[in-house]
Design a protein around this ligand. Structure first.
Ligand code: F6P
Length: 495
């Protein structure tokens, strides 16, 4: 059992004092990997704390767990599966890598066929999926499609019909393909949206609506049963988790919109981060150090949330993506061997886009009673072609917020005083291209894994989402065993 007592007893020095006491602080707490500059110097990590975490990592078996992940061992123990998202980018057990390559080649061939008008002239991709089958592709297309896309993409996830209606209004049914993205091919929201999209095509007189459907799934037999022709099924392995699946055929809309070469660069960027995580010593390892900072705040300071602010419009969907990655992976109450977790699990991830968030939630960050570790993301190369003042102001604001949170300011009027000593880290990307985005997302995946490994959690199951789904199905089937409040709400709303 990892012994947290030393870390818990470590002296607590303010950030301002840490800087004053250590002239080398910046160099010992910054790192450059894959076009990303990581700066943890405004966190309370110190070389001494990192050494203590390294000892703790030894006790938690972090290196063995990491090696087991890449070796394709069954690390998702509760579901009896290996975890193969790194194999999608070429890093993992040889046979999983070979299978992923064959599946990618199939995706590429279908994309080429669509471009050659094998399905008629296509302009629009209607991607239907939810959770990991939507958040990843949405992030990719939004972040990298700013300078133009080869096809218009709409990603519809919510079962609320407004979402689908809004997407359909933009598209010509005769020039659309429907990508049904579902690992299980049973998810209620996705299957209902897919059926309504088919009905839209039928009503518009599209000759063979099923002939316009591409299935992105780890359950090809279910897709065939539902009516998709085998030639238009892009399968991926059962061992690729939903929230880790954007590298598989779930990334199809991104590969369509951005071009297959861009998708390949994304995979290569992720593979570079995989190799960094796999082969670099723990104290110089970006996902590991980031997780050490996370653990310091959740486990030692007992802070229950962390906030991510993207100071770049192109990354505005990143906080949403991270919410699923981090909270669905590590929001657990038991360890991998079924024992109650006797420490806090994952923090609540939240955030938004800067500078907007400064004018909405930063009041609490600067002066509220909750201390929230903040992560700033920014990109050196501007994504816009306007006057350079825009990008200058954007970056200056990101950096100034971190400085202000740390520095604080005294004032005789308490309402105008800033306590300071509020931690933040900064990720500064040289540019936002597919390769860097791939590395960034892989960094977050591995950081999530390290957090789990240090706490003994299985990051790859998600049983917590099942009960609510089952109860919705039971209620739909007229299950009478409902509490009075829920029964009354159903009666009032649905009769
Ligand atoms: O609700 C949980 C979940 O299983 C996620 O883990 C997953 O990403 C999402 O639903 C969608 O599942 P599927 O891809 O099987 O439709």
């Amino acid at each position: 059992m990892p012994d947290w007592s030393k870390i818990e007893a470590a002296p607590r020095t303010t950030l301002n004092d840490l800087f004053a006491a250590d002239a080398d602080r910046l160099s010992s707490l910054t790192l450059d990997v894959s076009g990303i500059h990581f700066d943890w110097s405004k966190t309370h990590l110190t070389p001494e704390l990192i050494a203590m975490f390294e000892t703790l990592a030894g006790e938690a078996g972090l290196v063995a767990k990491r090696d087991a992940l890449f070796a394709g061992e069954v690390v998702n123990v509760t579901e009896g599966r290996a975890v193969e998202h790194t194999a999608q980018r070429g890093e993992g057990a040889a046979e999983s890598v070979d299978l992923a390559r064959a599946q990618h080649a199939r995706m590429r061939a279908l994309i080429d066929a669509i471009e050659a008008e094998a399905l008629g002239p296509i302009q629009h991709v209607l991607h239907i999926g939810i959770g990991g089958s939507a958040l990843g592709p949405d992030l990719l297309v939004d972040a990298l499609g700013h300078d133009g896309v080869r096809y218009d993409v709409a990603i519809v996830s919510n079962v609320d019909g407004i979402a689908l209606e809004t997407a359909l209004e933009q598209f010509d049914p005769h020039a659309t393909i429907i990508a049904v993205a579902s690992k299980t091919f049973t998810t209620t929201e996705t299957m209902l949206n897919a059926e309504s999209a088919l009905a839209w095509m039928t009503e518009a007189g599209v000759e063979d609506p099923y002939g316009r459907v591409i299935a992105l799934t780890a359950s090809p037999e279910k897709a065939v049963e539902w009516g998709v022709d085998e030639t238009r099924i892009l399968p991926f392995s059962e061992s690729v988790g939903g929230r880790y699946s954007l590298w598989s055929s779930i990334g199809f809309p991104a590969a369509m919109a951005l071009g297959y070469e861009a998708f390949e660069e994304l995979l290569e960027g992720a593979a570079e981060m995989d190799r960094h995580f796999r082969f670099t010593e723990l104290t110089k390892n970006a996902p590991v150090l980031a997780a050490f900072a996370d653990l310091y705040y959740t486990q030692v300071r007992r802070l229950s949330t962390r906030a991510v602010f993207a100071y770049d419009e192109r990354l505005r969907l990143l906080p949403d993506y991270l919410q699923q990655l981090e909270m669905e992976s590590n929001g657990k109450g038991v360890t991998a061997d079924g024992q109650p977790l006797d420490r806090p699990s994952a923090p609540i991830t939240w955030g938004g886009a800067g500078t907007d968030a400064q004018h909405a939630v930063f009041q609490l960050l600067h002066q509220g009673t909750h201390v929230v570790p903040v992560e700033f993301l920014a990109v050196i190369e501007a994504g816009d072609a306007l006057d350079e003042q825009h990008h200058r102001q954007l970056l200056l604001n990101a950096f100034a917020q971190g400085a202000a949170l740390m520095k604080g300011r005294g004032h005789e009027d308490a309402a105008r005083a800033y306590p300071g000593d509020r931690p933040s880290s900064t990720l500064l990307l040289n540019t936002l291209d597919p390769r860097t985005l791939g590395a960034l997302v892989a960094f977050y995946e591995h950081r999530t894994f390290v957090n789990a490994a240090m706490l003994g959690i299985n990051a790859f199951d998600q049983f917590g989402v099942e009960l609510g789904k089952e109860m919705a199905k039971a209620a739909d089937a007229g299950d009478q065993d409902l509490d009075p409040s829920t029964a009354a709400l159903i009666e009032r709303a649905l009769g």
